[in-house]
Design a protein around this ligand. Sequence first.
Ligand SMILES: *Cc1c(COP(=O)(O)O)cnc(C)c1O
Length: 435
Amino acid sequence: MDELLEKLKRKEEILWINNKKVNNERMEELESIPKNSILDAEERLNRFSDYIKICFSETESTNGIVESPLTEISNMKELLNSKYNSNIKGRLLLKEDNKLAIAGSVKARGGIYEVLKFTEKLALENNLLDVDEDYSKLFTAKNREFFNQYTMEVGSTGNLGLSIGMASSAIGYNVNIHMSADAKEWKKRLLRENNVNVIEYDSDYSVAVKEGRKLSQSNPKSYFIDDENSIELFLGYGVAASRLEKQLNELDIVVDENNPLFVYIPCGVGGAPGGITYGLKELFKNNVHCFFIEPTKTPCMLLGMATGKHDEISVKDIGLNEITDADGLAVGRPSGFIGKTIEPFLSGIFTINDSKLYEYMRDLLETENIFLEPSAASSFEGVVKLNKYENMKKYIIDNNLDKVMDNITHIAWGTGGSLVPEEIREEYINTFIED
Ligand SMILES: *Cc1c(COP(=O)(O)O)cnc(C)c1O
């Protein structure tokens, strides 16, 4: 443990393997979330689809379902193998949450789900709707006025604020987004253009959350979306799993003992990668291996899980300052419940230096013409380093993977990008930093 902490303090790139992961063929016994919760979330999103289609015209082509493409990126795979000697054999796919409607990031999954869940509850309680009716009937000026009595609030480093803000204001809510100091100017501007109140703080993410929570508690008609503890966000993220399964089927990609799935997801407070991991483990059990990626500057989930202290430890406690170029991942303290919930399921966590975020971002743009924001490009660290760490070699043996390495389907989770304005993209593309 001391050695691990020393490496974290020195901001070294590492792979941490979670030795509390268990064989989860008998998932039911391990589940800490009531069974069928994710299915229930998926059905709720389906009920809302006609309403979403009217609210957000960009979802017309997908019939009101907010989902992203799964894209094979063979050119990128070739480049990673030649440029970094990655030695990846199986297929490489990108889950393009950068293209998710409404929020342009993975936050569209959890954020919009939680806003809709609250909306459904209000609508049912106030007889605006019956659960078996067509939900598009909610879209009236009178109902907008009704929702306008309520205020949605969230603390955010940017992307969650965008997701909650855009969704809530479209429905008619008042919205207060409590933004930490690192939140980008363009995100605040976009929100303000959509009638969202942006409240700025001079401090980090945890302070923005705390202040937002406090303000919300003083208003009985305010609903606080609690990124550090929200089960609803978690379930909304989890719906990604069954949608991904369908997309894999469409590509004729089999997931079984001989054809495992490796998934690499950037991690901030843990909700998004945690929910997705939980959903995937429910579906694919031992045949899916989920890894998180965190910046070497803010490895909060790794620190929380490895020490077993979860949200009782912050990267500040080991001398790190919570500052990284990776938007959305600049989090010092992990969620209180995610680490505990995914302890039996998560395979491990890679850490990555900031300079490489821009490198992988440029690599993807050059080979596939796909733009990811730098934090999202961190997912490639898992692919690049898979065959490099000694502890991964042991993981492969321990999990009986040595004979099936060539058959692995690798999925890098592209967690954000499409809303980044052109001039900021240019800036990113021309950013070369030293660690
Ligand atoms: C928020 C975010 C993540 C991680 O999600 P958490 O729920 O904070 O762990 C990853 N990538 C991007 C682009 C994000 O905005």
